[in-house]
Design a protein around this ligand. Sequence first.
Ligand code: ATP
Length: 291
Amino acid sequence: MKTLFIINPVAGRKRSAKVWKDIRPYINFPYEYEFTQGCGDATQIAKHAKKLGYEVIVTVGGDGTISEVVNGIAGSDIRLGIIPAGTGNDFGKTLKIPENPCYALEIIKEGKNLTFTDLGKFQDGYFINIAGAGFDAEVANMTNSNLKFLNGTLAYVASLVWNLARYSPCNAVITVDGKKYFRKPWLVLAANARYFGGGMMINPDGIINDGLLDVCIINDMSRAEILRFLPSVFTGSHKKHRCFEVIRGKNVEIEFAKPVRVQVDGDAKGFTPVRFSIVNRALSVITPVKD
Ligand SMILES: Nc1ncnc2c1ncn2[C@@H]1O[C@H](COP(=O)(O)OP(=O)(O)OP(=O)(O)O)[C@@H](O)[C@H]1O
């Protein structure tokens, strides 16, 4: 199949360029490749590849690279392959794509199993993993913009601690398929997949092709309780916590009493109010097991 690898050389704090060098000798089928030059480039490359008739696009990068490619090929017949080479690599975790790039390449070489995934819709674009508003968006914004000089995990933890000290939950109206829910949340997510924040299983029961967004809400609790709550998110055991709830639906509107930051696939995207919806089975992804 006509295949293009799109490599984001700066993903994973530049680990991606090395990953590409490592896996290249093992690619035993015809392919082309292109490096991204900057923000948004992967979308343009993917759109062009669609016009040129490529059948498979493989990302070598992280979730941001996947998200950009998705925005170039959503709704087409192009198959998405994923070589995890970013910092968090959260989307691939839901699909059980091996974290080891050489094993991930083997899955693409086999290419026989496809999973159709839903895509979230935000404004005129798509997201594949998780979008949301509140505390998580503040953390993502600070990690990506102000703390680039720190390494990945350190930047995330520093941002988490800083925002925990200064962020306070405020009243919100969350409308899911027309039904209004009044809450005072730390954060509200519209999740397609299961993981975010570099391995946190925030949405343990998420199914990526059920045609529904999982609206995950962390309701008001003290800062001390948040500190106890956060580790449980890595294992998914937080789902039994009295302040955590999931509401499922196709259309979600989130409005806070004051404008609160929004993130889409880990990138800060303005402020609330915000609307998300879902497009069922909009993209096929090459996976270890069949859909
Ligand atoms: N050549 C480039 N120079 C600078 N930035 C780039 C370049 N190519 C792509 N980008 C940007 O790099 C950002 C980070 O990419 P990506 O999200 O894939 O890596 P990551 O943040 O390390 O991984 P993850 O999102 O899985 O934690 C993307 O927002 C993308 O727009």
